[in-house]
Ligand binder design. Structure first.
Ligand code: PMP
Length: 410
């Protein structure tokens, strides 16, 4: 992978921030956008902006074709059996809520169980709490090992014949843990449960094959994979999507409307009520082309090499605690840590003065922060345009910050 060439594709990386070249290490929050993605949005609005699935005029037809082509590209990217199994949403959060409202609520009741982990992003926890409250189902948690991984024996012990749904992130946005979703799906299916995979941190970083994974649903966000904000995906197995209720009702999603009742279009259009996110979907298709052009396997290797390098360098800094699995092979491209005696917000502020963007806080994982026994952490997260020099800049700035704070405190 030619990282220097990749970097040239991202205009935002060419700037200085607070007098320093930008070192962007907040990719788990959102990724930067390459020129072809930005261009695709401009091109749409400048040359063929029109509503989809309605007009018979030339621009309307062109917009519809581009929108549906984006669906096909996304389907190929995740190895979905058909493009109709790809629903465009606003992002992971909306996708998971659609499953919660349209699929889980009508099916679950008292005595049923939803199984998840304490390491989930709030987007993959709070919707299930709401389902549990509304239906009387119980929420159960697969225990975490000391390094944040989960054991399949614990999955087997937690999933019972009462389990109707297992919801888990493929990659944790805090610990970076890659969970064995294929094996978890096998255990869940044997118990008669469906599996919802939160792919927000995995689809941008790992080759994804929904058929090999055998998940029932997969949710992810375009903005973390070089696409724009406001567009995401819900993938589902055909039989579930056909059975699932739409969440939004109105224009575009209907077949026949009478005064007192209506029927819906086929999957996936029944889930896309109202004018969809046309430019966003088209641009996500271009982001998928861009990532495919570089190669998801190459991106994974790059993330892994950077993570191994970061783990090794950070562990040598006295006073740093790194959370999560020990080896880069077990992780996505991110490292979460704390510097003894320094609040991560203060750390992030000092690093920002050096042009280094990292994330500090609870990362939408308050239960996991409680499990770690800390109020917050710092997180550096990598993507295809990051380099070892970025990590060197981070570690050097951490050393300086450490001296600064120890002087300030001492
Ligand atoms: N799940 C995980 C694991 C995430 O990292 C995120 C984003 N931080 C989300 C869900 C939510 O994604 P979005 O805000 O794009 O809906």
């Amino acid at each position: 992978m030619d990282v220097a060439a990749v970097r040239r594709d991202f205009p935002i990386l060419q700037q200085t921030v607070n007098g320093h070249p930008l070192v962007y290490l907040d990719n788990a929050a959102t990724s930067q956008k390459p020129r072809p993605v930005i261009e695709a949005i401009r091109h749409y609005y400048e040359t063929y902006n029109a509503n989809v699935h309605r007009g018979v005029h030339t621009l309307g037809t062109k917009a519809t074709e581009a929108y549906e082509l984006a669906r096909e590209k996304v389907a190929r990217f995740i190895h979905a059996p058909s493009a109709e199994q790809v629903i465009f949403t606003r992002g992971t959060t909306e996708s998971i809520n659609m499953i919660a409202y349209g699929f889980a609520r009508p099916r679950l009741g008292p005595g049923d169980e939803i199984v998840t982990t304490a390491a989930e992003h709030h987007s993959n926890l709070v919707p299930w709490q709401q389902v549990a409250r509304a239906t009387g189902a119980a929420l159960k948690f697969i225990p975490l090992q000391p390094d944040g991984t989960i054991s399949l024996d614990d999955v087997r012990r937690t999933v019972t014949p009462a389990t109707k749904l297992v919801a888990i992130a493929h990659v944790s946005n805090v610990l970076g843990t890659i969970h064995p979703v294929r094996e978890i799906a096998e255990i869940a299916h044997a118990a008669g449960a469906v599996v919802v995979v939160d792919g927000a941190q995995s689809v941008p970083h790992l080759p994804t094959d929904v058929q090999a994974m055998d998940c029932d649903f997969l949710a992810f966000s375009g903005h973390k994979m070089c696409g724009p904000t406001g567009i995401g995906v819900l993938y589902g197995k055909r039989k579930w999507l056909d059975e699932m209720e739409p969440t939004y009702f109105g224009g575009e999603m209907i077949d026949v409307v009478e005064l007192h009742q209506s029927t819906w279009k086929e999957t996936p259009w029944k889930f896309e009520g109202g004018t969809p996110i046309i430019a966003g979907a088209i641009a996500l298709g271009v982001a998928v082309d861009y990532l495919t052009g570089i190669g998801m396997e190459a991106i994974r290797q790059h993330d892994r090499a950077l993570t191994a390098y970061a783990l090794e360098r950070l562990r040598r800094v006295e006073g740093i605690t790194v959370y999560g699995p020990a080896r880069a092979e077990q992780r996505g491209g991110l490292v979460t840590f704390n510097l003894e005696g320094v609040h991560p917000h203060d750390l992030a502020t000092v690093l920002d003065a050096e042009g280094i963007a990292i994330r500090a806080g609870h990362h939408c994982c308050q239960p996991l922060m409680r499990w770690l026994g800390v109020p917050a952490t710092a997180r550096a997260s990598f993507y295809l345009y990051n380099t070892e020099q970025d990590i060197d800049a981070l570690v050097n700035a951490l050393q300086t910050a450490k001296e600064f704070f120890h002087h300030a405190i001492g």
